[in-house]
Design a protein. Structure first.
Length: 235
């Protein structure tokens, strides 16, 4: 992610509906993992300003943020987080040193996504989990993807293949932002660049409410804007 995009993200992510609701999904997954055992060491790959890293830390994980962008690392450190500048294709951590790795909106930025997946698997301890989020469906490709440095968008098969080839066992793949997909598709066809910006309060609240409804509706098997995947390293 470029420096300008990181600065925009840090400025809006605490209130922007997209990031706020995505953090809610992360919290829900952490509650599920908490039932399996006490929090351990967590690595947030491609953490930008550390919004998700803070969620990990608040849930009791010993969390470290990594990002290639110096401004992102600096922003995370300013928030009191442990942050390291690192290439996701060559993480500076020992094999088996992490109990959880999160990588939200990372794989789509890297041509060698197989190397990123392999590094996630390498640093995970046996039985450790990975939580991954990627943009869904090349039919939604737009100027926004080009502006933020995407190489591809995924479908369930392409995401599952790259994760399984790394040696991880996929536990679940599901769609997010299903209800707003038609609106996003229309907006992206008209977009001329990144759509990351501060939203009017009422619009932000309305979009957040629509996405929040997906928590109770059986829509996760339908096509959305984002794919989530949870995987585990075999013991």
């Amino acid at each position: 992610m470029e420096s300008d995009e990181v600065r925009r993200l840090v400025a809006v992510e605490d209130t922007h509906w997209w990031y706020r609701e995505r953090r809610a999904i992360l919290r829900a997954q952490l509650r599920r993992l908490a039932r399996l055992g006490r929090p351990g060491r967590a690595l947030d790959v491609g953490a930008a300003g550390g919004g998700n890293t803070r969620v990990l830390a608040d849930a009791g994980w010993a969390a470290t943020a990594t990002d290639m962008c110096p401004e992102a690392v600096e922003s995370a450190r300013e928030r009191g987080l442990d942050a390291v500048r690192a290439d996701a294709r060559a993480l500076p951590f020992l094999p088996g040193s992490m109990d959880l790795v999160t990588a939200f909106d990372v794989l789509e930025h890297v041509r060698e996504d197989d190397l990123v997946a392999a590094e996630i698997a390498r640093v995970l301890a046996p039985g450790g989990h990975a939580l991954i989020a990627v943009p869904c469906d090349m039919a939604l490709w737009s100027a926004h993807d080009e502006a933020v440095g995407h190489v591809r968008r995924y479908d369930r098969d392409t995401l599952t293949v790259v994760v399984e080839k790394a040696g991880l066992t996929v536990e679940r793949v599901w769609s997010w932002n299903v209800l707003l997909r038609p609106l996003v598709a229309l907006h992206r066809r008209r977009s001329a660049g990144s759509d990351l910006r501060r939203m009017p309060v009422l619009v932000n609240a309305g979009l957040s409410a629509v996405v929040r409804a997906e928590r109770w509706l059986p829509v996760t098997s339908l096509r959305g804007v984002t794919l989530f995947l949870r995987a585990r390293l075999r013991r």
